[in-house]
Design a protein around this ligand. Structure first.
Ligand SMILES: Nc1ncnc2c1ncn2[C@@H]1O[C@H](COP(=O)(O)OP(=O)(O)OP(=O)(O)O)[C@@H](O)[C@H]1O
Ligand SMILES: [Mg+2]
Length: 636
């Protein structure tokens, strides 16, 4: 059990947790939520012993193995598979000890270590690591690639796999979905459902939380409060608590009424299409969610865009890729004003590539891409955060974009993104990922785009900001292409989906739930294909083994045959020699031979006797040698 007793936690002068007393029981799965910068990651640092409390006590069972995701990946030459296996520290220790015991011929220790290896399922470790790598989107070819070969995002996935490999009692996951796409997120959900230890999970993804947790720990105003149930349950309870404050209750009523009106208008013109119906449901759900977020510090919306051309973008027979590798072919797409397109598709299929083409970051390999006159792009992708100027403030960024606008207006605008007071004038350099994303979005929205291209816009954003962004996008009048692993966002803002998979991009006739079913079926197909490959491999191995055995037998026969023949001849010769010698011995032993007085006859008989004895001697020696040679060739 984890127990906090009257605990105070601070970072420098800033108090993060004020007088916390709380118990977390073994087997609980706790979603840790709270706004950006409230101290969730710092709480994890405390549990890992990297940060110390100011006051109070933290009890953790000393025998517990704690797993967490490393934030850095050393540029190692070892293979991805080995790196994942390193996550099981006991396995690695037993393997090392075993190698030492074998070198020392310590039979007793070797036996003990093999038993331990069996107990910790060490023989299945590679299979377990392969499952983790496949689930997180790695291909077979990646397994042997050195860690240093992988890009930043993929190294984070390796770190995640390494943490999952650890047979832990407590698993700490800090926003694990940030570097994943939807199929990996869904896989991780299933993996976590089977995890037997205690889980603490920081996440800002409501669908993910709902699938994974039994409790919610909400960190707000230095207080960590525990709620039983999943994220949805928490939000209901939280909304009820907020409603007890008169001012917030009135705001809830106002916002929900506004949303209700918007949804009614939308419902009136929406089609019967499955996705449009799903979107109506998702928007209706927003009413309830809005009540739980009325104390949000965010208040922004998209300005009405300028008139847009129709069509905005036309792609015909487009070919896309990098270098001489083609990723998508024969892409056909027409984006009209007001289009809300979500790009779905498995990891690495080319969703970001397509967005980069639309953003003009990437040239086509073939085909035509026509952009209407008057398209104002608003492109957001994680790599663009690097384009923020570290030594400038949010306000300076905005002034650079709009030198003629009154400063107060810009400050008010930034306030809607919670860059208030000193934050508006603070340098961007030390900003967290969430704060940088928020600033990039603020700059982009201010630009009045009529075509939004959003590639994973919610990474690092807290739930309040996600909700605010979802609301703003719902009411946005321009066109939009979105890639996201946040199912709540996809459901709420997209009207149509394009499925990017297997080298093509085609309209997907269904909603997010249909897509999840599609993904599942695809995974099963792949697993079955893998099993077929495995079975075929096994069969091929068996055939190869049989062939090898046959060839081996043939080779042995070929080597034995002349030996056996020689043996047979030798035995005949030996028998003849022995027979001759026996008769000779008898004659030489006969006294009559000597009475005749013919010494030359005696001489020749004795000579022959010596010859025969020598032949028999060497013949017997050869016979023994042949026997040894035949034994050396082995059984057939
Ligand atoms: N290494 C550090 N040294 C000093 N201050 C830090 C350090 N890391 C974080 N902080 C500060 O501590 C506070 C809490 O940060 P923390 O990273 O724990 O927040 P968080 O809840 O995880 O936020 P997010 O949702 O953005 O990840 C912030 O004000 C942050 O600026
Ligand atoms: Mg954090």
């Amino acid at each position: 059990m984890i127990q906090f007793r009257s605990l105070f936690l601070a970072r420098g002068a800033r108090l993060l947790i004020d007088n916390l007393s709380l118990q977390i029981h073994p087997g609980w799965r706790v979603g840790v939520i709270g706004a950006n910068g409230t101290g969730k990651s710092s709480l994890f640092a405390l549990l890992r012993g990297e940060l110390h409390q100011e006051q109070g006590e933290l009890d953790l069972p000393p025998a517990w193995t704690i797993a967490h995701v490393a934030q850095e990946t050393p540029a190692l030459a070892s293979s991805a598979l080995d790196y994942i296996l390193d996550g099981d520290t006991e396995l690695r220790r037993v393997q090392r000890d075993l190698a030492a015991a074998e070198a020392a011929h310590d039979g007793h220790l070797i036996g003990e270590l093999h038993t331990r290896l069996q107990e910790i399922e060490g023989y299945a470790a590679t299979a377990r690591a392969s499952t983790l790598l496949h689930g997180l989107g790695f291909s077979d070819a990646d397994f042997s690639r050195p860690v240093s070969d992988f890009s930043g995002g993929w190294r984070m996935r390796l770190n995640l796999a390494q943490a999952l490999m650890c047979r832990s009692d407590l698993l700490l996951l800090d926003e694990p979905t940030n570097h994943l796409d939807l199929d990996a997120v869904v896989w991780l959900e299933k993996w976590l459902a089977a995890y037997r230890g205690t889980l603490l999970l920081i996440s800002h993804d409501r669908d993910f939380l709902d699938a994974c947790v039994t409790h919610i720990a909400f960190l707000e105003a230095q207080k960590l409060t525990l709620y039983t149930g999943n994220y949805d349950d928490f939000e209901d309870q939280h909304a009820a608590q907020l409603a007890q404050q008169q001012a917030l209750f009135e705001k809830q009523q106002r916002e929900v009424a506004h949303l209700q009106k918007y949804i009614d208008r939308f419902r009136a013109k929406a089609t019967k299409a499955r996705q449009a119906q799903s979107r109506i449901k998702a928007l209706a759900r927003m009413e309830r969610i809005t009540a739980a977020h009325v104390d949000t510090p965010f208040d922004f919306s998209f300005p009405e865009p300028d008139r847009a051309p129709d069509p905005m973008v036309t792609l015909k027979n487009l070919k896309l890729g990098y270098g001489d590798k083609t990723i998508l072919d024969r892409v056909k797409l027409e984006l009209r004003p007001g289009a809300r397109l979500g790009l779905l598709g498995p990891n690495g299929a080319g969703k970001s590539t397509l967005i980069r083409l639309l953003a003009g970051e990437l040239a086509a390999q073939g085909g035509t891409a026509l952009f209407g006159k008057g398209v104002v792009l608003g492109y957001f992708a994680q790599h663009q955060l690097e384009q923020l100027r570290p030594d400038e403030s949010p306000l300076q960024h905005l002034i650079r974009q709009e030198p003629l606008t009154r400063e107060q207006e810009l400050r008010d605008y930034l306030g809607g993104f919670d860059f208030r007071g000193p934050m508006a004038d603070a340098k961007v350099a030390p900003f967290s990922g969430g704060e940088k994303s928020r600033l990039a979005l603020a700059l982009l929205i201010r630009h009045k785009p009529n075509l939004l291209l959003l590639d994973e816009p919610t990474n690092h954003l807290d739930l309040d900001m996600r909700h605010a962004l979802t609301l703003a996008l719902s009411e946005y009048d321009g066109s939009m292409v979105l890639v996201s692993h946040d199912r709540a966002l996809l459901r709420t803002v997209c009207d149509d989906f394009l499925l990017v998979a297997d080298g093509v991009a085609e309209p997907f006739d269904g909603d997010i739930d249909d897509y999840l079913v599609w993904l599942d079926a695809r995974r099963n197909r792949e697993a079955a294909a893998n099993m077929d490959v495995q079975a075929a491999d096994d069969k091929a191995t068996r055939i190869a083994n049989r062939e090898a055995e046959k060839a081996d037998r043939q080779a042995k026969l070929q080597r034995r045959r002349p030996l056996l023949k020689e043996l047979e001849q030798l035995e005949k010769k030996l028998a003849a020699w022995q027979e001759e010698k026996k008769q000779l011995d008898e004659r030489i032993a006969d006294p009559a031979l000597y009475t005749r007085g013919d010494s030359s006859e005696v001489q020749s008989l004795l000579k022959r006797q010596g010859e025969l004895a020598a032949s028999i001697d060497s013949g017997e020696e050869r016979w023994l040698d042949i026997q040894t040679e035949i034994e050396g060739i082995g059984e057939l």
